[in-house]
Design a protein around this ligand. Structure first.
Ligand code: HDE
Length: 711
């Protein structure tokens, strides 16, 4: 009897189809299937009389509504999901027996949920936070969950401290302030009391915590896992996801404004990209370490506050994840999906990483309360494609109708089935690691080096990235009311880098450490930096959002040819003006306005372009909103382009330290720190090329005078 089912790209969709309901094809009914004749007016004793208890439709409708909420996740409450598939590049037989990592022609269905960690379910997307990156693979051998984050390490080394760190970072217990933010006393008190957080703090205060898009951030398994091949040979592994669109972030000022203008920014971005067919793609990578190399490093490979620098253990890119379908129903899928790092398949096993060991317990435990009992594996989004057969029965919300007499093993009544499978029959056999030791509450010696990798990270940052980290310290620690805590934080980071500690102290109103300290590490690992990383793609404008500012009398030829060039590069372009509706060009052509200044803002775009047209520019020059749009985009280091008369709007915006087209011959492109201008109207391929290249770079940090811009 083979328990296998063939799994292909469509299998999960087909399984979900069996429970989908099409609302349009049905009469309104009660949950008992009785057609309802009136759903607007309750049954009363007389037109003005009391409502009757016998109105079963009224009672059912209200009762159901009253019970529509389930507890939000204690962490990662706010999330966005998507369906897709995974494909391996080449058989990984040498390293793992996992079936979904063998056949390059096989497409394994997956469901992913991206999330923020700290905020409540209704909090804003663009807060400074770690992002969850959880993937459920519906493999033929059962569900495999890779429950990762977009930062490769964690705050703490031992799971027993998880409630402490979460309590400290969540809103404070007396007044529930602040929402979705680490910038408060209890969190920084925790940091100061736990120097093991130092490395993670460097990451959380870096641009990594402000992803431009879920489609443009890395993912990491964080914990050390094992690959085990068919011969039973094990190797340590760390998992990576790399977005094919490159790794890009927002800037802090922008994130705060977006939190007001569009709190669903990242969720909307993911949803719209998939709706438009711009399917997000990520490469899957593994760092593989032979067991004999376990002690070769100056850090402990089981310590989840440490990376394995890619220079020491290269990432092998072994497959690709594609997200190509939005959920049909947020609650049924994204809210009810339940990930668990203990959900593994043969060929993948655990390590003794003490954070992972605790995680293996916590997820199922929390889901028992969140999803109301032990049968949540039956919820369609959680149901594996591999058949389930065991003797577990009953419990809240059981939907399976188990036939037969027996619910125990071994048995003689039911042919002794279902029976355990051998390794050859794909039974999961735990890796036979030899373990010995005393029962002891202690951590191994190398775990106690809290600062070397924090310094490695700091060394690896580019200049602007370092500036962003310092500014983030000024914001986060500056909001701490208790001066003692601010001082303690400065003192902790004096162990990482003395100059950094001096800079932090300067911004938060406490004295610099009496003695300049710092870790002696001088090594760099460029892939830790987003800007310097070889994984950061800077040669495509695919799916970037570009704003075109225009008013009546715009130059149609100018606008159209730039718009076409941008669209040809895969960008999404919006025309923005004071009013929505149709806009007339200088020669009478028309174009539809997508957004007005009230419904959008520069912070929602990656770049801005101003086409020519004398009348249009005269109007825009008189609109504070247009000038502000350009200024703000400039301040956030975004590419800005203008042609013909459009250059005059940039002049009016007073972009400091920037050379604009003016004196040169009319068809010469002037490109200065991401501001691309040309005097000529009506199209130039060299302008399009320069502007496209500027957009592909994403941000232009070299605008030293941007601070002078009042936006
Ligand atoms: Fe989680 N984590 N976590 N975590 N985690 C949860 O499970 C926990 C950690 C991560 O989209 C909870 O179902 C402990 C690291 C993601 O549904 C809970 C520890 C990483 C998600 C839980 C950690 C993660 C969660 C809350 C320290 C990156 C959201 C609701 C030992 C590798 C998954 C739930 C989704 C969710 C426990 C640390 C990733 C309470 C005890 C490290 C992406 O079980």
């Amino acid at each position: 009897m083979d328990r296998k089912r063939m799994v292909n790209e469509k299998s999960k969709d087909e399984q979900l189809e069996t429970v989908r309901e099409d609302p349009e094809s049905e009469f309104l009914t009660t949950n008992q299937g009785v057609r309802v004749s009136d759903t607007d007016i309750s049954l009363k004793a007389g037109e003005r009389g009391p409502t009757l208890l016998e109105d079963f439709h009224f009672r059912e409708k209200l009762t159901h509504f009253d019970h529509e909420r389930i507890p939000e996740r204690v962490v990662h409450a706010r999330g966005s999901g998507a369906h897709g598939f995974f494909q391996v590049y080449e058989p990984m037989t040498e390293y793992t027996g996992a079936k979904f990592l063998q056949d390059p022609n096989k497409k394994t269905p997956i469901f992913v949920r991206f999330s923020t960690v700290v905020g409540f379910r209704g909090s804003a997307d663009t807060v400074r936070d770690v992002r969850g990156f959880a993937v459920k693979f519906y493999t033929e051998d059962g569900n495999y969950d890779l429950v990762g984050n977009n930062i490769p390490i964690f705050f703490i080394q031992d799971a027993i401290k998880f409630p402490d760190v979460v309590h400290a970072i969540k809103p404070e217990q007396d007044n529930q302030i602040p929402q979705a933010s680490a910038a408060h006393d209890t969190f920084w008190d925790f940091v100061a009391c736990h120097p093991e957080t130092a490395h993670m703090i460097m990451w959380v205060l870096s641009d990594r915590a402000l992803p431009r898009s879920y489609r443009m951030m890395q993912g990491f398994g964080v914990n050390t896992f094992r690959f085990v091949n068919a011969e039973g040979k094990g190797r340590f592994v760390k998992f990576h996801w790399k977005p094919l669109l490159g790794i890009h972030s927002l800037v802090w000022d922008e994130t705060q404004k977006i939190a007001g203008k569009d709190p669903d920014f990242n969720r909307r971005d993911l949803w719209e990209a998939i709706e438009m067919g711009d399917y997000p793609e990520y490469e899957f990578g593994v760092q593989i370490l032979e067991e004999e190399d376990e002690f070769k490093f100056d850090f402990d490979i089981l310590d989840p506050t440490k990376v394995w620098p890619e220079e020491d253990v290269p990432v092998k890119w072994i497959g690709k994840l594609t997200l190509n379908r939005n959920p049909d129903n947020f609650f049924a899928e994204t809210e009810q999906v339940a990930f668990c790092p203990a959900n593994v398949v043969p060929g993948i096993d655990f390590s003794n990483d003490p954070l992972l060991q605790g995680r293996l317990f916590s997820y199922l435990d929390t889901q028992l309360i969140r999803l109301g009992g032990p049968n949540f594996h039956e919820i369609p989004i959680n149901r594996p494609l591999a058949p389930i057969a065991n003797n577990q029965r009953e419990g809240y919300n059981r939907t399976t109708i188990n036939k037969g007499k027996t619910s125990y093993f071994p048995n003689s009544v039911g042919e002794n089935l279902p029976r355990p499978a051998s390794a050859e029959e794909d039974g999961y056999v735990h890796y036979m690691e030899k373990v010995e030791g005393k029962k002891i509450r202690a951590r191994s010696e190398k775990f106690k080096d809290f600062y070397s990798q924090a310094k490695l990270f700091w060394n690896s940052m580019s200049k602007p990235e370092k500036e962003h980290i310092i500014e983030a310290f000024h914001f986060e620690v500056g909001k701490v009311k208790d001066k003692k805590i601010r001082q303690a934080v400065v003192d902790v980071f004096n162990n990482v880098d003395g100059d950094l500690a001096i800079e932090i102290a300067k911004g938060v109103g406490v004295p610099a450490p009496a003695q300049k300290g710092g870790s002696p590490v001088t090594k760099e690992s460029p892939n830790l930096s987003q800007e310097r990383s070889e994984h950061t793609v800077k040669n495509t404008i695919k799916t970037r959002k570009i704003a075109i500012l225009a008013a009546e009398g715009y130059d149609h030829k100018d606008l159209s040819q730039v718009m076409q060039a941008l669209k040809a590069g895969g960008a999404n372009v919006h025309i923005i003006s004071k009013y929505q509706g149709m806009l007339k060009s200088s020669k009478g052509e028309e174009i539809e306005v997508d957004k007005n200044y009230r419904t959008t803002a520069s912070v929602l775009y990656d770049a801005v372009y101003v086409p020519g047209g004398k009348e249009s520019i005269e109007t825009l020059k008189m609109q504070g909103d247009a000038i502000h749009f350009v200024n703000e985009a400039f301040k956030h280091c975004k590419p800005v382009g203008a042609s013909g008369e459009g250059v005059k709007l940039l002049k009016a915006a007073n972009l400091p330290g920037i050379k604009l087209a003016g004196q040169e011959s009319s068809d010469q492109v002037v490109s200065d720190k991401g501001v691309v201008t040309i005097k000529k109207e009506g199209g130039s391929s060299s302008f399009n090329e320069s502007f496209t290249a500027a957009i592909a770079k994403h941000r232009h940090w070299d605008r030293e005078k941007k601070e002078q811009v009042p936006a």
